[in-house]
Write a protein that binds this ligand. Structure first.
Ligand code: TRP
Ligand code: SF4
Length: 403
């Protein structure tokens, strides 16, 4: 991200069940890295979870706190990042509502996830207003914090693109005073013929040739003027670079590097495939689940040779094992020198070792609910302060500040 883009980064996760190794190796380790580079806001998207779980809200309530504890346990640091819960910051709902007034229905209907998800989740009734508005709520989440970067997976990129369109449309409609152009022209006249002409020349040089020196000269020129007021100065400054005031920031997607973490069956690890290893799984269960993982189907008997390329266990070795172990697997499998149980042993050890400190931290946080509550309360306060600031600006430019 170049330095001109807002250094605020925001991302959310829906609380719809236990976090697993797929989340850890994909999203969460990435968040841990990002928090050292940017001002990060991470939140539990409980309202987004409602769009698909409105008739099963129990799962949401159970997942919200566990999710935050898991984030803390994997290394999201509350003194570096702001952690909060979406529904504790009602400004998300207000911005969503205000944006909904000017958002064309067709923009929502053509977002690919809308039809894809309806197809995929046929057992759920997703022909709801809330579900159609999912990306708009997400857009409000992002624009509320003027986030410059949004870490998301590939599937979410259309939502970020849509959010950029929302920002552009909003700035276009509300970032401009009805009589902006006339006010600008009047301000130019007020500066006097000679200076006015100079201003127009510098603006043209910048606009047509990208001449940055001309831009800074023009800014200095405006600054020096004595006979125009502050409002006019702001207009003349805005007019140098664009036609409107920028209120909402257009975000960029920060693509999450794809994780190589497979599920127990070799497909992508995902709750819906029932092939996960949860961060909170008991080591005994982990061991059992890895021991019973499918292997190369050609190895029916212990003496049959196998091919790691056809085996999900090999994919785990690629995530967890060093070169020596990987050579041992390749040779041992192809010559039937090692058995599958033997081959799985280093994986069982690696996963349990990886999860041990995480589970210990989960345990510690679970035993200290007050400290978790304090982290959440403080995060929600910080988030709300930022959210209120944006909304106050939004209400003002929309002409909704009557009090
Ligand atoms: N839609 C995201 C997902 O399913 C979750 C989400 C909600 C989100 N609001 C967001 C992600 C804002 C980034 C920014 O993964
Ligand atoms: Fe898979 Fe290892 Fe068995 Fe080969 S030896 S089939 S790689 S589990």
């Amino acid at each position: 991200m170049d330095s001109s883009i807002s250094q605020r980064v925001l991302s959310g996760m829906r609380p719809t069940g236990q976090l697993h190794l797929g989340h850890l190796h994909g999203v969460l380790n990435n968040w841990v890295e990002l928090q050292h580079q940017y001002r990060c806001y991470f939140f539990v998207a409980d309202w987004h979870a409602l769009t698909t779980e409105y008739d099963n809200t129990k799962i949401i309530a159970q997942s919200v706190y566990d999710m935050i504890i898991d984030w803390l346990a994997v290394g999201i640091n509350p003194s570096e990042s702001t952690l909060f819960i979406q529904s504790k910051v009602p400004e998300h709902a207000e911005l969503h509502l205000l944006l909904s007034m000017s958002t064309p229905l067709s923009w929502l209907e053509r977002i690919p996830t809308y039809k894809d998800q309806q197809q995929k989740l046929q057992n759920k009734d997703l022909s709801t207003y809330g579900f159609l508005g999912y990306p708009l709520l997400q857009g409000a989440d992002i624009l509320l914090y003027k986030a410059g970067g949004v870490p998301v997976g590939e599937d979410q990129v259309p939502h970020i693109e849509f959010t950029r369109e929302l920002a552009r449309r909003f700035n276009h409609i509300y970032g401009r005073e009805a009589d902006f152009e006339e006010k600008v022209q009047a301000a130019i006249r007020k500066m006097g013929k000679k200076i006015g002409k100079n201003y127009k020349r510098l603006r043209k040089l910048y606009k047509e040739q990208g001449d940055d020196d001309a831009l800074s000269t023009a800014k200095a020129l405006i600054d020096e003027q004595q006979n125009i007021n502050l409002g006019d100065k702001k207009r003349l400054l805005g007019y140098l670079e664009g036609e409107t005031k920028t209120i909402l920031t257009e975000p960029e997607a920060l693509l999450t590097p794809t994780s190589k973490m497979p599920g127990l069956d070799g497909q992508k690890m995902s709750k819906s495939y029932k092939n996960t290893i949860a961060l909170r799984d008991d080591p005994i269960i982990i061991e059992k689940n890895i021991r019973t993982m499918p292997t190369d189907p050609a190895r029916v008997r212990r003496t049959d040779a196998g091919d790691p390329a056809k085996c999900p266990v090999w994919q785990f070795h690629q995530v967890y094992s060093n070169e020596n172990t990987k050579k041992w697997v390749q040779n041992g499998c192809k010559t039937a020198e090692i058995g599958c149980i033997e081959c799985k042993k280093p994986i069982i050890d690696a996963v349990i070792t990886e999860l041990k400190p995480i589970q210990e931290r989960i345990q510690r946080y679970t035993e200290d609910p007050e400290s978790v509550q304090t982290i959440i309360n403080e995060g929600c306060e910080v988030a709300r302060a930022a959210a209120r600031e944006t909304l106050s600006e939004v209400r003002e430019v929309m002409g909704l500040k009557y009090q």
